[in-house]
Design a protein around this ligand. Structure first.
Ligand code: SIN
Length: 275
């Protein structure tokens, strides 16, 4: 198996491995690559829904997403889909999956099932590189700070999605979420410092109102997307991407109006985060 960088500070493309049949040693190398580089991409995979579930279980538990439609036959698999006549997509802004949970999902395994003829790429940004590039004064300002995350403004009955043509397909609109995490976490496996706020779900710093938090929060969100810390994936049939939600943000581009896109996602269980 070989890993080729996708960008200077984010993502690797793996070759010479079949995810459905990989050995324990290959699995270890894949995990290490994802922990370090944030996302790994695998091309030309034969990866049935059964393979998808069996592969995910080799990481540990599966977190079933509370909001997206689920695959009827395989409820562990969430459907990230947009029909040809829909305007809104799922995940079309920078975010980190499940940061609104007190024990956020470790990562996601996303499989391309039906792709538009062009467009629908996914972007990732590496939050270790983002943290490293922050000015020292900001690093000092956020040391020891914690932030509140929720998904309520996104998924509730009066939330952002409810006002779009994606609203009627979502589940869990009566759920209430909320979690507090350090603004700078240590990656549980590599120990690297990571910036852990995101534009989708981080609302305010603990001990501050939203208004008081916004100037610094917006500064962090903007600083995190500068430099060489992003990579971009052009999906093809047979492509699988696996990412680490602690290490990365991601953003699904919505530039394929009039075409259908369907992806299968399994979200991998994680662990509590610490500074
Ligand atoms: C997501 O998991 O947020 C969506 C990613 C994608 O559809 O590319």
């Amino acid at each position: 198996m070989q890993f080729t960088p996708m960008a200077p500070n984010c993502g690797v493309e793996a070759s010479g491995v079949s995810l459905a049949n990989c050995s324990d040693a290959e699995m270890q190398a894949i995990k290490q690559a994802i922990f370090e580089h944030g996302v790994a991409v695998f091309r030309d995979q034969e990866f049935s829904p059964e393979d998808h579930i069996a592969f995910a279980k080799r990481w540990g538990g599966i977190d079933i997403n509370n909001y997206f439609p689920l695959n009827d036959a395989y409820p562990e698999i969430a459907l990230v889909k947009k029909e040809a006549d829909q305007q809104t997509n799922i995940g079309g802004a920078w975010h980190t999956d499940h940061s609104y949970d007190q024990i956020p999902a470790m990562g996601s395994v996303l499989v391309a099932r039906d792709l538009p003829p062009s467009g629908g790429d996914t972007l990732w940004a590496h939050m270790g590189a983002a943290y490293d590039a922050l000015p020292d004064a900001i690093k000092q300002q956020i040391e020891g700070l914690e932030a509140f995350h929720t998904a309520d403004h996104v998924y509730k009955a009066d939330g952002l999605y409810a006002q779009t043509d994606m609203g009627k397909e979502l589940r869990g609109q009566d759920m209430k979420t909320g979690a507090i995490h350090p603004v700078v976490i240590r990656h549980p496996q590599t120990g690297r410092k990571l910036l852990y706020v995101n534009g989708g779900f981080t609302i305010h710093f603990v001990g501050q109102t939203r208004e008081q938090s916004l100037p610094l929060l917006q500064k962090l969100l903007m600083a995190a997307l500068t430099g060489d810390n992003q990579c971009r994936l052009e999906w093809r049939p047979g492509t699988v991407a696996i990412w680490d939600n602690r290490t990365t943000w991601h953003n699904a581009l919505n530039d394929y109006q009039g075409y259908r896109r369907e992806m299968h996602r399994i979200t991998l269980s994680g662990e509590a985060l610490a500074a």
